[in-house]
Design a protein around this ligand. Structure first.
Ligand SMILES: *Cc1c(COP(=O)(O)O)cnc(C)c1O
Ligand code: SF4
Length: 340
């Protein structure tokens, strides 16, 4: 009897943990299908194909469901639909705007700022955001195996100024819980580490990612855990996202959000105000509002600095201080993000 119960429970767990992976593998990766599913005019397809050829389309069903069909201006659609504009060259917009290729003391590791180190815990993402500064990033070269992680772990162990490990990517939560749990276990053996931070968009894009297997290692670690989500518009937060956030909070995770200021997505005081309000409904605090990194193919998303400052000044007159994100830019070689 008892054995049977265990078997049933095991397979139920396996099915559940496979749930998000299945959703990811079934994501829409064909721009023509994306347009068809959302009743968008065929006229857009040739342009969309051009963008897609540069950076593959990827939109999981759970995110697609939050997009209004037939509306080319939908703020969620704008983030994921490839466009012909991406093929246009714009001076100042380059392949590696953050010059990260230069900052790697060990495979899978980027150390730019005092006290914290970024680990490329998974090379892939669950959604391909058209404005992403990693759109030209050599992902596949930076997904270390366990043996290769030893070098990065050695680097962390040898530098006792490092207090925080940051899982990044790609999207770190696109990795398996077995691998992530192993890595967290290794980090726990490094006495000077205090915090684990996870930069991820997965709980937003596929809320089922926040399953028992993920919560198990988050709940178990004695490292303080912070999750920095990436949400750009209030419409991204539906009930499933709120429920996923609640599960994370119950596992002791502090939730923050970073956004990118994007033309046609959130470049108005009302959109930014609604975003902060909605974030707090999910008990997430706004952290950063980034101006766009000047990555080739994303110039059409750019909002000028003066306009960005003006938006944030007006936003400040509408929100309590704790719902104000910090407007920042990342400048290669600087010791922190730079406030505007
Ligand atoms: C942005 C970033 C961090 C984190 O910076 P915070 O200001 O602490 O959020 C750390 N390392 C790298 C390489 C980064 O790009
Ligand atoms: S999830 Fe993050 S890293 Fe991945 S494509 Fe989107 S912005 Fe880029």
């Amino acid at each position: 009897m008892q054995d049977n119960t265990l078997i049933v429970k095991d397979s139920a767990d396996a099915a559940e943990s496979a749930g998000w992976k299945r959703q990811l593998s079934r994501a829409v990766r064909d721009p023509a299908e994306l347009c068809r599913r959302l009743n968008l005019a065929d006229a857009w397809l040739p342009g969309a194909e051009g963008g897609h050829a540069l950076f593959e389309t990827c939109v999981p069903e759970a995110f697609l469901a939050r997009i209004e069909p037939g509306n080319l201006a939908d703020p969620l659609l704008r983030q994921v639909l490839p466009l012909g504009e991406e093929t246009r060259e714009t001076s100042g917009f380059v392949a590696d705007p953050l010059e990260e290729a230069e900052q790697r003391p060990a495979r899978g590791l980027i150390h730019k700022y005092h006290g914290r180190v970024l680990l490329i815990a998974s090379p892939t993402c669950a959604v391909n955001c058209r404005y992403c500064f990693r759109r030209h990033f050599p992902y596949a070269d930076n997904a270390p195996s366990r043996a290769q992680w030893r070098e990065a772990l050695g680097y962390l162990r040898d530098d006792d100024s490092i207090r925080e490990a940051i899982f990044s990517g790609g999207d770190p939560l696109a990795g398996s819980d077995r691998q992530l749990g192993w890595l967290v276990g290794e980090l726990e053996n490094i006495a000077h580490l205090k915090r684990l931070r996870i930069h991820t968009r997965l709980p937003v894009v596929i809320p089922d990612r926040v399953d028992d297997a993920l919560l198990a290692w988050l709940d178990a670690t004695w490292l303080q855990t912070v999750m920095v989500l990436h949400i750009n518009h209030a419409n991204e937060i539906d009930q499933a996202v709120i429920d996923a956030c609640t599960r994370l909070q119950k596992a002791g995770v502090t939730l923050l959000n970073q956004s990118v200021l994007l033309r046609g997505v959130n470049d108005s005081v009302s959109a930014l105000e609604a975003l902060s309000e909605r974030l707090f409904e999910a008990r997430i605090l706004p952290y950063y509002l980034h101006v766009l990194d000047p990555v080739a193919g994303a110039a059409h998303f750019d909002v000028g600095d003066d306009e960005a400052r003006e938006l944030v000044d007006k936003l400040r007159q509408r929100l309590p201080g704790f719902l104000m994100p910090r407007l920042v830019r990342e400048i290669p070689g600087e010791p922190s993000k730079t406030p505007l």
